[in-house]
Design a protein around this ligand. Sequence first.
Ligand code: AMP
Length: 474
Amino acid sequence: MGLREECGVVGVVGDSEAANLIYLSLYALQHRGQEAAGIVTINKEGKFCGHKTVGLVGDGFSKETLSKLVGRVGIGHNRYSTHGGRMLQNIQPFSFSTAFGSLAIAHNGNLTNADTLRKQLEEEGSIFQSTSDTEIFMHLLVKSQKNSILSRIVEVMGKVKGAYSLLLLAEDRLFALRDPYGFRPLVIGRRGRAAVIASETCALDLIDAEFEREVAPGEVIEIHNDGFIKSHIAVESQRKAFCSFEPIYFARPDSQIFNEEIYSLRKRMGAILARESNVDADVVIAVPDSGVPMALGYANEVGLPLELGLVRNHYVGRTFIEPSQSIRDFGVKLKLNPVGSSLRGKKVVVVDDSLVRGTTSVKILRMIRQAGATEIHMRLGSPPITYSCYFGVDTPERSSLLAAQRNVEEMREFIGADSLAFLSTEGLREALGNGNSENYCYGCFNGDYPEDVGIVPRKQPTDDQGGPGLRAGL
Ligand code: AMP
């Protein structure tokens, strides 16, 4: 497979402060990618001005670098890459000089036929500068025989498969496109006459841009340098497949994507989880930050107090300590510390959004127990993750997914909880809304991908809560 990436993208058209606005928006999208960031603008002479940095947006752009990014049109990208893909050449936006002008590209998603396309292109003489599947899009675009950029884009959309919410800067115009399934979000905002495109609405809020609508699956939005927007349906969307993990974990709770307010949706998930797996307890706590709205929904539903049981240190970036046995909990303790008075002598419900490898939960539960909790009931606001994602979320190989290897009882034992329960797939569908739930991809929960990903997944058992002797997902 190509490189898997979770990312945030933003584009601004028609504002002399384009670079500053992109910079600020990238802050709001920092949760979508923390490993690298980049901005490319176009100056009056039609030349690209760009800056890329490893690490957080706030660390990599100075006043001076931003002042060099002149122009009224630009795009930006926050990147999170998985193993093997941390080369500098992979930092986006990518920019190219081509026979039909300068082009820059920023992509959120993952092309599922990247390997095949790349091989074909290389055999035909293409030379790649990065290992990113995004570059494939550019090569296909340049090789197209069509006359206009738009018709080239439409042709390429017919060739690539998988997930792409993508921004393409072509001289003074910005194209924003979304794959026909609409896996990843992409929203359109207005700031006076200027147009803003971003992965999530929280990026619009920060720069006082007003949310207009989402880019539709299969749609190409063309924005001229005066902010004028034209819409083209490039590929008819046969089936929508919004990523269900976006509302569960990935998107910010103050965002509105997939026609949903994420905070309300997460609270709904928590409430349904509570109805499905209520337990005798004294207090509900969240694993911050992602578990907070679900814990709130859970506590409201059962009438238990929601307490601050874990405090998160927000100043910890990525740590590269490979802890020895004696300090192996330091990694998680750097990030989280238990609040004794919330936990001591209590039966505690711990709510988190998801269980992936299970390694974080093991450490968190040990900490909570050491802080004096008498019982720990772990509740997850999503079903067991039993398959990898091929559409842009960084889930590990199946062999590392706890729920692909163990049933619920075995997982409970592994993480050290007194009880363990997951939101059922029916509960997740209910939260996503009857009628709308068909528009989501549940591939990581049931192996039923909307598009062929080159593996033959075996269906999950109907009882997705597992059971003694029953392996969830196998
Ligand atoms: P684990 O220890 O692997 O089970 O990690 C579970 C924790 O990781 C949960 O608290 C989730 O909020 C968080 N999480 C889930 N998916 C991802 C992801 N794709 N990238 C980073 N963190 C994640």
